[in-house]
Design a protein around this ligand. Structure first.
Ligand code: PGA
Length: 258
């Protein structure tokens, strides 16, 4: 089955890799990305953005960041702005990752301001949403996801739909080795797209790229990619290994050709 949106494979390195390791990774993955039909994104630590963006020039690898502040500038010790990321060479930014929500207390309204600021400066946001284990057990998944979308995207114009990526990452699947069932993900994304259709229009909702993330590995990636609603993957721990990430990227050729 050929999908209408370009597949996106995004590595999320979290707080791993120094510059030397990051550049060596790009050298391994770039030739594979060249042969693939996907966009190969890497969300690198802030310190590696400039070097990685330079090394990725002329390749199909796209460099981005894992977080940002919503303010343009100011007395916010330790924070970084969207325009600083852009200047360093980032073209996208992850916002609202479950680790940011859980460990750093990020709220939907703060995440919403980041989405808007990212779009303002021309960074593609990857808005992460996902329910906790308890919320799933209580059959609150759909309500939680729609609330995160509504509050995260309030006032975001529908013209931004093609720039927006949404990563569905159930909290209980991130970093646990327990991936969600592809059928469950399919259903959740269906519900999210329907919600965006009501918010904007179904044609605009169709422009949004939906990723799945949570314990993706080399073995299960193909099944996720063959699941109709999943446009791509957000990959944490397995993406630290260049050979594994390269293998996952190379699956995209097959998916696009079917
Ligand atoms: P994981 O992380 O692949 O290690 O589960 C996913 C993520 O944090 O985006």
């Amino acid at each position: 089955m050929k999908k209408s949106r370009v597949p996106v494979m995004c590595a999320n390195w979290k707080m791993y890799k120094n510059i030397e390791e990051a550049l060596a990774f790009i050298d391994v993955v770039a030739p594979v990305a060249e042969q693939s039909d996907c966009e190969a994104l890497i969300a690198v630590p802030f310190t590696a953005i400039r070097s990685c963006a330079d090394r990725a020039q002329g390749t199909r690898i796209i460099i981005g960041a894992q977080n940002m502040n919503d303010a343009t500038q100011g007395a916010f010790t330790g924070e970084i702005s969207a325009s600083m990321l852009k200047e360093a060479g980032a073209t996208f930014v992850i916002v609202g990752h479950s680790e940011r929500r859980r460990l750093f207390g990020e709220t939907n309204s703060f995440i919403h301001k980041k989405v808007q600021r990212a779009l303002d400066v021309g960074l593609r946001p990857i808005l992460c949403i996902g329910e906790s284990y308890e919320e799933r057990e209580n059959e609150a998944t759909q309500t939680v996801l729609c609330t995160q979308l509504r509050e995260g995207l309030v006032d975001v114009p529908k013209t931004a739909a093609s720039q927006l990526m949404v990563a569905y990452e159930p909290n209980w699947a991130v970093g646990t080795g327990l991936p969600a069932n592809p059928e469950t993900v399919h259903q959740a994304i269906d519900d999210c797209r329907a919600f965006l259709g009501e918010l904007w229009s179904s044609a605009d909702a169709e422009k949004v790229t939906f990723l799945y993330g949570g314990s993706v590995d080399v073995q299960n990636a193909a099944t996720f990619l063959q699941t109709p609603n999943i446009d791509g993957l957000l990959i944490g721990s397995v993406s630290l290994d260049p050979d594994s990430f390269a293998k996952i990227i190379s699956l995209c050729q097959n998916v696009a050709a079917h």
